[in-house]
Write a protein that binds this ligand. Structure first.
Ligand code: TXA
Ligand code: MG
Length: 333
């Protein structure tokens, strides 16, 4: 069990410029002191991530925004009032404090206040009343699936004591939401979603009483999640409707190919006997929460493909549908 000693240890390591894997309600993050260039450099080395990709600064509270951003629009306060702590990242104009090694040289900064109770304690202690924050990308190697369990971090990045790159993993159990936060750009006239997540466009539009745009950053890879196949598992992922699933399964079986299945529970149960492994979900929330763990588990098996039946409804499923589409990019049967 994680206790106060672990919280203190995490804070100490961050203060000394080390790397701590922190649990959040979305996915595990790989955290370092956002004011310390050497510490932040370790994040890029551990993830093997291109150094021009900017990082989210995770803060303890709303007030910290004043320390990291300038020209803060009223919308930012409305949204943080409604959704912080929680899975919403805001892009704002950066202050002097947000240096190039955080923002990738851009004049904007990404800010988020996560809600996981352990990480909240770490951030509150680390803040020291002056808005100290931690830079924390998802704690996975660049291009791989994000971690939603401490074990995923142990497997994919490893502890320094085991020859890996993370000084300490704060184990906060399974992440509640399971996919990365919504990213909302507030630096233009109109708010623009850069990455779908649990806070939906409809929820934001409702709060702000104005329409929300959906951005596609086609000219720049600044949000790696927008690279086409960024969330790809090692095995090809094939999307299918429930109706087409038997045909796709037969097509694979005829070539002596093995596969895993992720589908609504009733469908997954039917395909259990002919697949290597099947996972059933009871709701969009359930799928969102477990998707990355199931993909991690399927990647460990010797199979040729993963067949996935996505949820039908659209609004609440926007985040998970987006991750599934990216994971299946160019690999549809
Ligand atoms: O849920 C999350 O957001 C998780 C947890 C750990 O908080 N973090 C996460 O970080 O997903 P990361 O680095 O894997 O994804 C954050 C994305 C990056 O793709 C980055 O390019 C984008 O946010 N980003 C950061 N600063 C930005 C900026 N100033 N403008 C546009 N995009 C930015
Ligand atoms: Mg990531």
């Amino acid at each position: 069990m994680t206790d106060q000693k672990d919280i203190d240890k995490a804070v100490e390591i961050l203060q000394e410029g080390g790397l701590v894997a922190i649990p959040t309600e979305t996915v595990y993050g790989l955290a370092a002191d956002a004011d310390n260039p050497e510490a932040v450099a370790k994040i890029y080395a551990a993830k093997k991530r291109p150094s021009t990709h900017p990082l989210i600064v995770h803060v303890a509270n709303q007030e910290a925004i004043n320390s990291w951003a300038v020209d803060i629009p009223e919308d930012a306060w409305k949204l943080t009032e409604a959704f912080w702590p929680g899975p919403l990242t805001l892009i704002l104009k950066r202050s002097e404090r947000a240096k190039d090694f955080i923002t990738g040289g851009q004049n904007t900064v990404a800010l988020r206040c996560p809600s996981h109770p352990l990480t909240r304690q770490v951030l509150q202690k680390f803040d020291e009343g002056v808005g100290n924050g931690v830079a924390a990308p998802s704690a996975n190697p660049f291009g791989k699936i994000s971690p939603t369990l401490a074990q995923h971090v142990r497997d994919d990045l490893g502890l320094v004591s085991d020859g890996g790159s993370v000084d300490f993993i704060l184990d906060g159990g399974a992440c509640d939401i399971g996919i990365e936060s919504t990213i909302l750009d507030l630096t233009d006239e109109e708010p623009r979603i850069l990455r779908e997540g649990a806070v939906t466009a409809a929820m934001i539009a409702d709060r702000l009483n104005k329409p929300v745009l959906h951005g596609t950053i086609t000219t720049s890879p600044r949000v790696p999640g927008t690279l086409k196949s960024h969330y790809a598992p090692d095995h090809p992922l094939i999307l299918s409707s429930t109706e087409d699933l038997p045909g796709k399964a037969q097509f694979l079986a005829r070539q002596f190919k093995t596969f895993g299945v992720i589908a609504p529970t009733a469908v997954a149960t039917r395909f259990a006997p002919i697949s290597e492994k099947s996972f059933g979900y009871s709701s969009t929330k359930d799928l969102t929460k477990h998707l990355y763990d199931w993909l991690h588990q399927l990647d460990k098996l010797k199979i040729d493909a993963i067949l996935v039946v996505p949820p039908k409804e659209i609004s609440e499923a926007a985040g998970v549908l987006d991750r599934l589409q990216r994971a299946s990019a160019k690999r549809n049967l």
